[in-house]
Design a protein around this ligand. Structure first.
Ligand SMILES: [Zn+2]
Length: 464
């Protein structure tokens, strides 16, 4: 007798399936069945093969299968086309205001889409399946188009600021209207959805911040903005309002579960309490703070927030601030910083760091019911990690292997919403070679238009 068709179109078989479900079960030699972009079943390979004989198979034998990784703070434009170009020895703020902002200002729509596509490819190849774009985009529709084409799940927003003189700044009414129009174009639930986004720091008026939070709450969507990666934000808020940033945001009614704050490195005790009490989430980008010398080793309290049940996700920021898009690398650093800061090796173990990259990260960005674990009904977003390398040999504890021993370079295949977007380490949705050539050309043009010349650390001698 032929079994009834089940709608299951793809089986990922034979791998050690790290589910990140409530009991953190690992199915050794297990399988994931996918139907309509969702997980239809997680179980034994033999049983799922027998139940779905017509489904295509992605053989993950000898591999490790995990949920797709969440990158909760990844700029898609501005830096991506000028990678490794902003010096790493600039005084505080200069990398933003003398480099990133002028570069953002001369981005065309084509640049935004190209930069985003490049970011999508790097993200997917490192196992990132969901990204929050922090809202410093001039042409959000072009970024949404790139995410859609690449097959990366993500949120988009438009550069939101009402500070006079800043590129793309507008009136409060205009910025809110543009945010709301974007919410209409990319409703929640799609592969790409819009969020309410402000640049943050001290680049928005109280009226704009309060209006943005009202809009996010009214529409039931996420909101993100930057705050306190460095102490300058604290000084600016104290000067302007007499209180520290989170205290002021609380008084304005901005904090709450809808809000994902980028960074929040410099918090005092009262601010940590406000963050926890309002269930406000944080995108923690440890590599960026090290790269930019922002004081996370001295001041960061992210591990404490995690330990106290707060909502924290990991981010990789941008390619001249943290640079490599690799959430597993960020997870290792988050764990290591927590241990070293307190000289206490019991803090934030690898298993918890991997939660930040998956299920807890998903929850922090408000998508915990849709992604972050391999469970029936959730989106079929998963990563197959190749384990036939010295770094995975001999095999040991999975959490240690994923966080400490390896990084995104082990990623072999990536599935987003049931679609295989990376196979054998190569992106299937974008011609990578053509993309690289286009990006190289765009870099030259962009730097010329911004009037920036990039110093090289070493003399370059033409020796062709
Ligand atoms: Zn940022």
């Amino acid at each position: 007798m032929t079994p009834e068709p089940t709608g299951v179109t793809l089986l990922v078989t034979g791998g050690d399936v790290v589910t990140m479900n409530a009991t953190r079960d690992v199915l050794v030699g297990g399988a994931v069945a996918i139907a309509d972009g969702r997980v239809a079943a997680v179980g034994s390979t033999a049983a799922l093969r027998a139940a779905h004989p017509d489904a295509a198979e992605l053989d993950a034998s000898g591999c490790v299968v995990t949920p797709g990784l969440v990158d909760a703070h990844q700029h898609h434009t501005g830096d991506a086309l000028v990678r490794s170009s902003i010096p790493d020895d600039l005084p505080p703020g200069e990398s933003i205001f003398e480099w990133a902002v002028p570069l953002h200002a001369v981005h065309t729509g084509d640049d935004d889409e190209l930069a985003s596509l490049l970011t999508c490819v790097e993200s997917l190849r490192a196992g990132v399946t969901t990204v929050v774009e922090p809202g410093t985009v001039a042409h959000p529709d072009r970024v949404a188009a790139a995410m859609t084409r690449a097959g990366l799940r993500g949120t988009v927003g438009r550069w939101g600021s009402d500070t006079e003189g800043l590129p793309l700044a507008g009136s409060v009414a205009d910025v809110l209207a543009e945010n709301e129009a974007l919410l209409d174009r990319y409703p929640a639930g799609g592969l790409v959805e819009a969020w309410v986004t402000l640049v943050g720091h001290s680049l928005a008026s109280d009226e704009l911040m309060a209006g943005a939070a009202d809009l996010a709450r009214r529409r039931g969507v996420g909101m993100t903005m930057h705050i306190s990666p460095h102490e300058q934000d604290v000084h600016d808020y104290l000067d302007r309002t007499g209180v520290r940033p989170l205290v002021h945001l609380e008084r304005l009614g901005v904090l709450g579960p809808h809000l994902l704050l980028g960074h929040a490195v410099h918090l005092d005790d009262a601010e940590v309490e406000l963050l926890l009490g309002t269930r406000t989430a944080v995108a923690y980008c440890p590599w960026a703070y090290l790269r930019l010398g922002q004081g996370v080793t001295r001041a960061g309290r992210h591990a404490e927030i995690v330990e106290r049940g707060g909502r924290v996700a990991l981010g990789c920021d941008s390619v001249n601030a943290g640079d490599a898009i690799d959430v597993l690398r960020a997870a290792a650093l988050a764990s290591g910083l927590a241990k070293d800061q307190a000289a206490d090796p019991t803090r934030l173990p690898a298993a918890v760091a991997f939660e930040l990259a998956t299920i807890r990260g998903a929850e922090a960005i408000g998508l915990g019911d849709r992604i972050g674990s391999l469970e029936v009904g959730k989106a079929a977003d998963l990563v197959v990690h190749r384990t036939t390398t010295a770094a995975w040999t001999p095999r040991g504890d999975l959490a240690h292997e994923l966080v400490w021993s390896t990084d995104g370079r082990s990623v072999r295949d990536v599935v987003v919403a049931g679609r295989v977007v990376v196979r054998d380490g190569v992106c299937q949705t974008v011609d990578e070679q053509a993309l690289r050539a286009e990006a190289q050309e765009a870099r030259t043009a962009l730097l010329r238009r911004a009037g920036i010349s990039v110093p090289d650390s070493w003399p370059l001698i033409d020796s062709a």
